[in-house]
Ligand binder design. Structure first.
Ligand code: ADP
Ligand code: SF4
Length: 679
């Protein structure tokens, strides 16, 4: 193990947080994992992995205090009654085993709760519609008695958290997902009693709950507050130089730790397409000037130099990370051991975030082992166990091929990987050329570096392999990871039959990524999006920035529909609007190749020099069948050539195939099982 570089030793200083001491400045911030209270094994193993990887503090996600804060279907943690304590105690033990502090974010969702499973009325400061336009109910205005009983319920949850052994207990007032935010906000608080009106009145409940929590903690546990100091883009929302600042000033020395960020979630978890590392700093850096208590903040930090500068400039005391700790649970240890090049940097794609909307365990583009720590026994760093050493030929060095190669090589296997292209990375190298997607290249860079350090892996570029090349290659297994190609025949998400494409110049995303726009004089270009994720909007953006007059069409009623899950949709629409790109939803490609407005039935006259058709992709699987026949049992297909999908799926597929080979086609996946109660 190499010594820590002196430049980074400041990151490994202990930090006193009230009565407890964090062993270093790395703070795995609370985040949704999709493993809620009913999937505890997965949740515990995921968080224990972060502790093993060197995060000095590991925080548990939003934990509902009581049945009237039921967030289902978002699978949150629960600490409703004493029966929840053993699960939390096991979690604390697993985190502390590695010397880390365990923190719990206990919370009441207020007007963002749903109470679907408990059937309780939603509660809040005023009788107003809940903060979910998709849920047609109103909150009940809390009486003075209700406020008292909420405080009691919060205190009871703190007592249970104490019993479970947590070191840090949160008061949650962030992301607009807390009853405390509802009381603070003029929008949701229309009360005229001691809890409404003036700033001090609206702050009252936060102050009281903090005091209650400190009282129960009684100097044994640290009490943290998670607070969003600003709500950029929200009309009438908090600002860091307005009431956001006033809150910090008013409560400055009360909590033991300030965990600060910006709200809503799409601001807090902005994607790399629209934000740089450290994007929250301009909002949060004032906090330290108002308090002597330690401050933790987030901002997709992956660079140790950036982290050091934040500490030295006095902006933060602890480096908070949700996504970077998902992408690389071992980030702190890698910095400690001076293995900086080995950091698996978060690419800021928000696939992790999208899983929360589905209510399923988190997935990550960079880290295929996340959520599989307990279920499959996968480890993000340790070599997978292998029954016997073998040799493998991998055709294709995209995300799937590279991940498969790294996983097999780490287990000691001999790997040859060949790619027709002059550069490794497949689709991530190509997509990284589109505006805002440069960070996608990190998927390639991490893996190519691993391969460069591996004595048992050979990577050959500019090496197209045909059937006979592959057959002639002496390897125990062949893994095809040859990707997929964008179709130009009208087939997309809403249109499964091939269409006449009457437009004289049809292009695909592959053409654009190959530079088709570069030599075109400024022209009218139509982008038709029947893919509904990010590619079409990136192409529209690239074309507009290159001086073309772009129109974006899509058959769905909304623009780039799936980007709602990655919290990008609003920004995409704003970006295209700022580039004067007209966006026309409900426009469909018809069987005669024309475009028709599906509501009015009108045909659109497309006076454009080129049509970029963004639809489905065709797997590059021409060789698969012949090889499967000739080498039955020794041929595998991974990634987009098996089933075109998102980059995360390709990485996971490459990893899964490697694990399958290493386990001799006998993968072992455990299931979280609910035990039937006998009484
Ligand atoms: P995935 O996302 O599944 O990893 P990609 O499309 O990103 O797929 O990568 C596939 C890679 O396979 C590309 O870099 C491409 O150049 C390479 N490839 C495809 N066919 C061949 C072939 N016959 N020989 C070598 N490389 C190939
Ligand atoms: Fe980062 Fe993307 Fe992984 Fe989320 S899914 S942690 S944004 S790389």
């Amino acid at each position: 193990m190499t010594e820590t570089d002196d430049r980074y030793s400041i990151l490994f200083e202990p930090v006193k947080i009230g009565p407890v001491t964090a062993p270093n400045r790395f703070y795995a911030a609370p985040h949704a994992t999709g493993h809620g209270w009913n999937q505890p094994h997965g949740a515990i193993a995921l968080r224990a992995m972060k502790a093993e990887g060197g995060w000095g503090t590991v925080a548990v996600q939003m934990t509902e205090i009581a049945p009237d804060s039921d967030m289902a279907n978002h699978p949150m943690e629960r600490i409703w009654d004493d029966s929840d304590i053993p699960r939390h105690a096991a979690q604390v033990e697993a985190i502390k085993k590695h010397g880390s502090l365990a923190a719990i974010e206990i919370a009441h969702g207020g007007m963002r709760a749903r109470n679907f499973t408990t059937g309780r009325p939603i509660i809040g400061p005023s009788s107003l519609p809940v903060l979910r336009p998709e849920v047609p109910v109103q909150a009940r205005a809390m009486s003075a008695t209700d406020i008292k009983s909420f405080r009691e319920s919060h205190k009871a949850a703190v007592r249970r958290a104490k019993k479970a052994g947590y070191d840090i207990i949160y008061v949650y007032a962030a992301h607009d997902i807390s009853i405390l935010n509802n009381f603070l906000s003029l929008k949701t608080n229309q009360r005229t009693d001691a809890y409404g009106g003036s700033f001090e009145n609206r702050l009252r409940l936060i102050r009281e709950v903090l005091e209650d929590t400190l009282e129960v903690a009684a100097g044994h546990q640290a009490v943290a507050i998670r607070f969003s100091v600003a709500e950029p883009g929200r009309p009438g929302g908090l600002t860091h130089d307005g009431e956001g600042r006033d809150v910090v000033e008013a409560l400055a020395e009360l909590p033991d730790l300030w965990d600060v960020n910006i709200s809503g979630w799409s601001q807090d978890s902005a994607t790399a397409r629209f934000s740089e590392e450290g994007y929250q700093q301009p909002y949060t850096e004032f906090v330290k000037s108002l308090t002597s208590k330690p401050v933790v903040g987030v901002g997709r930090f992956t660079s140790p130099d950036k982290m050091v500068s934040l500490i030295k400039k006095g902006h933060l005391d602890l480096i908070g990370a949700a996504r970077p700790s998902i992408a690389d649970p071992f980030l702190p240890n890698k910095i400690k051991e001076n293995r900086i090049e080995e950091i698996r940097e978060c690419i800021g794609c928000n696939i992790c975030v999208s899983m929360d909307a589905y209510g399923v365990p988190v997935r990550c583009t960079q880290n295929p082992t996340i959520s599989e720590e307990w279920r499959s026994g996968w480890h993000p760093e340790a070599p997978a166990l292998s029954k016997k050493l073998q040799s493998h030929l991998i055709v294709g060095a995209g995300p799937a091929g590279l991940e498969c190669a790294v996983t097999l090589a780490r287990a000691g296997h001999q790997v040859t990987i060949a790619d027709a292209a002059k550069e490794a990375g497949g689709r991530v190298t190509r997509e990284a050329r589109l505006p805002g997607l440069a960070s996608f290249a990190r998927v390639r860079d991490y893996r190519v570096y691993q391969i460069s350090q591996s004595a048992n892996t050979d990577l050959y570029l500019d090496s197209a392999m045909n059937l006979s090349d592959i057959e002639a290659f002496d390897a125990d297994n062949i893994i095809l990871a040859t990707g997929a190609s964008w179709r130009a025949d009208g087939v997309g998400s809403l249109q499964f039959d091939t269409q006449q494409m009457t437009h004289p110049h049809v292009m695909t995303p592959d053409d654009i990524m190959d530079g088709a726009l570069n030599d075109m004089p400024p022209s009218r270009i139509t982008v038709y999006d029947d893919d509904h994720f990010y590619i079409a909007s990136c192409i529209a953006e690239a074309a507009a920035m290159a001086g073309h007059q772009v129109t974006y069409l899509t058959p769905l009623p909304t623009i780039a529909t799936w980007t709602d899950f990655t919290l990008d949709q609003e920004r995409i629409i704003a970006r295209l609007a700022s580039l004067s790109v007209p966006m026309l939803p409900n426009v469909s490609l018809t069987t005669d190749g024309s475009f028709r407005h599906s509501l009015s039935g009108e045909t659109l006259e497309l006076d454009s020099a080129a049509l970029v058709f963004v639809g489905a992709r065709k797997p590059n699987d021409d060789m698969a069948e012949a090889l499967h026949e000739k080498r039955a049992g020794c041929v595998y297909s991974a990634g987009d050539c098996l089933a075109p999908g998102i980059i995360q799926a390709a990485v996971l597929s490459g990893h899964s195939i490697a694990q399958q080979i290493l386990n001799e086609n006998n993968p072992h996946h455990k299931r979280e099982q609910i035990l039937l109660q006998t009484s």
